[in-house]
Design a protein around this ligand. Sequence first.
Ligand code: DNO
Length: 391
Amino acid sequence: MIESFRWYGPNDPVSLSDIRQAGAKNVVSALHYIPNGMVWGIDEIKSHQKLIKKAGLEWGVVESVPIHEDIKQRNGDFEKYTKNYKKTLENLASCGIVTVCYNFMPVLDWTRTHLYKPLEDGSTALAFQVDAMRAFDLFILNRPKAENEYSVEEFNSAKKYHKTLKINDVNRLTESIIAGLPGAEEGYALSQFNDCIKAYKHLNKKDLQQHLILFLKDLVPTLESSRIQMCIHPDDPPFSLFGIPRVVSTADDLDVFFEAVPSLYNGLTFCTGSFGVRPDNDLLAMFTKHASRINFLHFRSTLRDQMGNFQEANHLEGDVDMYSMVKAALKEEFKRKSSGRADWVIPMRPDHGHQMLDDLQKITNPGYSAIGRLRGLAELRGLATAISRTL
Ligand code: DNO
């Protein structure tokens, strides 16, 4: 695995020099300043690439080239945005960058209700609390007819939770959910948010699945000629929010997508933390089934409870059996190498570290502080080193 670290660009409080000291070789980055839907020009790509090279690192993975909402809804200017998307991919390939992560989550990218949940050891973690999400949906966003989607118990429990919130808590919760976490290319004001959700009112899961399939089918000739490995990121969290379907959450979702678009350039970002939130996802089985198209790894763990709440766990703790995942990844690399596949080394980044030590005093991108991820990377490196000795 190539040890990788995400970098949000020159404004990221975690510098390229920090990343180098963490021992990573590969940078995962994007041109976040380019509005969603616009073409990334070759000069812009090259100047970002140059910054990374100057620090002695390589820009190996793009995370993400975002998908415009018109493409997800397959209306409006989706043809123009698809054309622009292909151009961006060709430009990236011409600069030697061929691994591209993206997601197909409607409206919101990854979502949490709490960004700094205090843990017993004094660090903080990202967390998702179902009552908080439901309280936001029902009583803060006031989404029309949202109450029809919850059971009486769920409704009452959310109501009780909402009653405990002070105005500051309401603001913080709203911010956490809709303002856009780092890397989410869209952030919203409360007033816009209901409109964005409304746009999906007439789309069911099958429609959205079909939109994803049609988009990828359209991209495949470009992917194959430019040798671009598209790597879809799972939904985070892996279930529907605000009554809008999500289509990359389960083993079935992966089967439907990859059967419809079998090209190996239609690849997967295997994010153990995202898939791992669902107890019905057998991570190892999902990994093994689609291993040949897994071209990017997000290794992190989550800890869930019976109610559906979850929080980020230390990388080697929580519900993800990281030993099995690292072993599966190393085995896949070995298999690729033996069969002569040039892309046998898979980029892997530690994801979502806890905020800890000096970082507790700093302004950081939630989930992307330096020390927590450095700890994660170090633990994963140790695990991988030990396992590879046994293979
Ligand atoms: C969060 C990230 C996601 C991911 C996108 C991929 O930490 O894993 O924001 O980058 O969903 O498009």
